[in-house]
Design a protein around this ligand. Structure first.
Ligand code: ZN
Length: 250
């Protein structure tokens, strides 16, 4: 009952796109890395912010420290999809959700069963040798001592994650823009919409219902048709459960 307005929006939706940020994965035990404490780096003699720790220049300058931060704060091998991931996978199966656009790098939407997922910032599940492009999974990186090295050519294995100072993948960005431009319903969740490109993507939406689900207020609240200030995992799970009572779940 609590989210019947959202259920009504979902009932009307024919082409739903979901755009999600870090808040989508917090219920899976993955904290926003920006909330991580900066690491005191001996060599540079100052406190580095999380953003500096995962910048391209820091990766190039000090891969050792990069990977120690990366492994500790960005990769969560045992994380499982939560109610929001599962609800979106179900909506895709029902033919309602056409795409998930995410800023998260954890691969949990795919793990929940979603097929069309645009990962704006890449994924920790994909890793490539910088020299020969050989592919490696997350375990390979996590099990490596220090900097992961290619078992074929000894090149550094780099996560397929967009670091600070690096450009977004233009193809992924174009796909996301196209999906949002075609959508009749856009749900934005778990993001405060202050980080680029989230704030920009919303302007491509020309549909009829814009829904914002976030624990705190966002800049776009006034633009939205429906604003829900609550935990996104619970909201989505309940709204889709109410919607899908006559539809058998997975
Ligand atoms: Zn290699």
């Amino acid at each position: 009952m609590a989210y019947e307005e959202l259920t009504a929006v979902l009932k009307d939706a024919r082409n739903l796109v979901f755009f999600g940020g870090a808040g989508v994965s917090t219920a899976s035990g993955i904290p926003d890395f920006r909330s991580a404490d900066g690491l005191y780096n001996q060599r540079y003699g100052r406190l580095l912010s999380p953003e500096e720790m995962i910048s391209h220049s820091f990766f190039m300058r000090d891969p050792e420290d990069f990977f120690s931060f990366y492994k500790e704060k960005l990769v969560y091998p045992s994380a499982q999809p939560n109610g929001c991931h599962k609800a979106l996978a179900k909506l895709e199966k029902m033919g309602i959700c056409k795409a998930v656009v995410t800023q998260n790098i954890d691969g949990l939407h795919q793990k929940a069963g979603s097929k069309t997922v645009y990962e704006l910032h890449g994924s920790v599940l994909r890793n490539y040798c910088m020299k020969c492009r050989k592919f490696f999974d997350a375990d390979y990186v996590m099990n490596a001592k220090g900097v992961p090295r290619c078992d074929r050519c000894n090149g550094i294995v780099k996560p397929d994650v967009v670091l600070y100072e690096e450009a977004l993948d233009q193809d992924v960005m174009n796909d996301a823009v196209r999906a949002i431009a075609k959508a009749d319903t856009l749900i934005i969740g778990g993001t405060s919409l202050v980080v680029y490109p989230a704030a920009g993507l919303i302007h491509y939406f020309r549909g009829k219902k814009l829904v914002l689900i976030n624990k705190s207020a966002t800049q776009a609240d006034t633009m939205a048709d429906l604003v829900i200030r609550d935990d996104i995992a619970r909201v989505m799970e309940e709204a889709v459960a109410a919607l899908g009572q006559d539809v058998s779940g997975e």
